[in-house]
Write a protein that binds this ligand. Structure first.
Ligand code: C6P
Length: 420
């Protein structure tokens, strides 16, 4: 796994990060909100977009045809652009072949796909599915549904006070009954970067198949699925600076080939009769119906943009910002944040004594600062830390130290308003 320390070291030797030039690629950042320059710190929920709009427009205004079925020029161009996006996603993940890339609606659908196909075909009563205590609901509920259908059980590796799952705990929850281990690479609620390559090795040794929820790592860390060693990796387009409604499931070809289809419909078949249907080859077997063609093309444009920027340099810059944020927020009286993992991304899940997280977010919004308040679709980890909700600031490579200062000033204002 690309760990944060090695990323920082690699970046020390590379070009400086010109954050103002990067910001110029994101038109939404240059607006006033409530009379203040926008400070967008809700990147874990969804990220702002660079050049993808041009790719969407080009598809809708020039190349608009359906894919894989029309021999006319527009259909051919659309198919080429869609399949090029698949190759870009393959390169972005370091996957072996384009056919290992399945376009989905996002991380949520990707995990549901694996649970409903691989899971339903391979799990039996008494089998176990290993999760961790910091999973997003999208990486809990599909497995609960599977458990209900099959009689399998969920096992949960618990989180320590720093917001980490210790290796001993992870291993304690593994057993020969573990058939699937599914865990987040980066926690959306805490920012913890999990040692997923090491966990994968242990899970494989126990005989389990491994799914990594990459929704919060793909936007912030260079990903090489080969180095992670996992069997499935899922991420969402809108969090990697691309469109909503599109995402990727990467899976090992031999697993995808053996899995039954997810949904039935056009394009996922080789032949259909009322007696018998045979299925298309992968990845088309899992892409029933007309897909989100424009979304895939837009996602491809976003991933090409990230490749040009360089994920290693972006991650190193974000690590610098995370350090600065910790320095700036730690001394604020009455403000604490949950999750103090040794390996973290630039996420601050804040709790201000005596102030409801939604009130914090509302006051910050009057200052033009966008954060998220709530349980972040990760209620079990909120319960673990004994809070119903937090105010979460989640940073990206286009945020600046000046914006972190604005956040700190905004939090001071919250305290003045509510605590006098
Ligand atoms: N987390 C957040 O504000 P979708 O909705 O399918 O694009 O992604 C789901 C998902 C899965 N796993 C993790 C770790 C996630 O963080 C998310 C989405 C957003 O934290 C919206 S709830």
């Amino acid at each position: 796994m690309a760990n944060v320390v090695s990323i920082a070291a690699a970046a020390a030797a590379s070009l400086p990060w010109d954050v103002e030039a990067v910001r110029a690629d994101f038109p939404a950042l240059a607006q006033l909100v409530n009379g203040h320059p926008l400070v967008y710190l809700d990147n874990a929920a969804t990220a702002q977009k660079p050049a993808v709009l041009a790719a969407l427009e080009n598809y809708y205004q020039r190349d608009c045809g359906n894919i894989h079925r029309s021999v006319h020029q527009l259909g051919e161009r659309a198919t080429e652009a869609y399949e090029r996006a698949r190759r870009t996603a393959q390169a972005f993940l370091g996957a072996a072949e384009p056919r290992e890339i399945v376009f989905t609606r996002g991380t949520t659908e990707a995990i549901n796909l694996v649970a409903a196909t691989y899971g339903a075909a391979n799990l039996r009563a008494g089998d176990e599915i290993l999760l961790t205590g910091m999973e997003h609901h999208s990486n809990i509920v599909p497995w609960q549904l599977l458990a209900e259908r099959t009689g399998a059980r969920l096992q949960v590796a618990q989180v320590n006070d720093r917001g980490e799952v210790e290796m001993e705990e992870f291993e304690r929850q593994l057993s020969p009954r573990t058939k699937i281990a599914a865990f987040g690479h980066v926690s959306n609620a805490l920012g913890t970067v999990n040692p997923v390559a090491e966990w994968t090795e242990r899970a494989h040794a126990a005989g389990a198949v491994v799914l990594v929820d990459g929704a919060q790592s793909a936007p912030h860390l260079p990903i090489q699925v080969g180095a992670l060693g996992c069997d499935f990796f899922a991420f969402s387009g809108h969090k990697v600076f691309g469109p909503t409604g599109i995402g990727v499931l990467w899976g090992r070809a031999e697993l995808l080939e053996a899995m039954p289809p997810f949904q039935g419909g056009g394009d996922m078949i080789a032949s259909v009769s009322f007696e018998r249907t045979t299925y298309n080859r992968i990845p088309y077997k899992f892409e029933a119906g007309t897909p989100h063609i424009a979304g895939a093309i837009g996602l491809g444009a976003a991933l090409e943009y990230l490749q040009t920027l360089g994920m290693t340099r972006a991650a190193a810059y974000e690590q610098e910002l995370a350090r600065y944020g910790a320095e700036r927020l730690a001394p604020l009286p009455g403000v604490r944040w949950i999750g103090q993992a040794r390996e973290r991304t630039a996420v601050f899940s804040l709790v201000i004594e005596g102030v409801h997280p939604h009130d914090v977010a509302t006051v910050l919004d009057t200052e033009g600062i966008a954060v998220r308040a709530g349980h972040h679709c990760a209620q079990p980890i909120m319960d673990r830390f004994g809070v119903p909700a937090t105010t979460r600031a989640s940073l990206a490579f286009y945020n600046t130290r000046g914006e972190v200062d604005r956040l700190a000033e905004g939090l001071e204002k919250v305290r003045r308003i509510f605590q006098g």
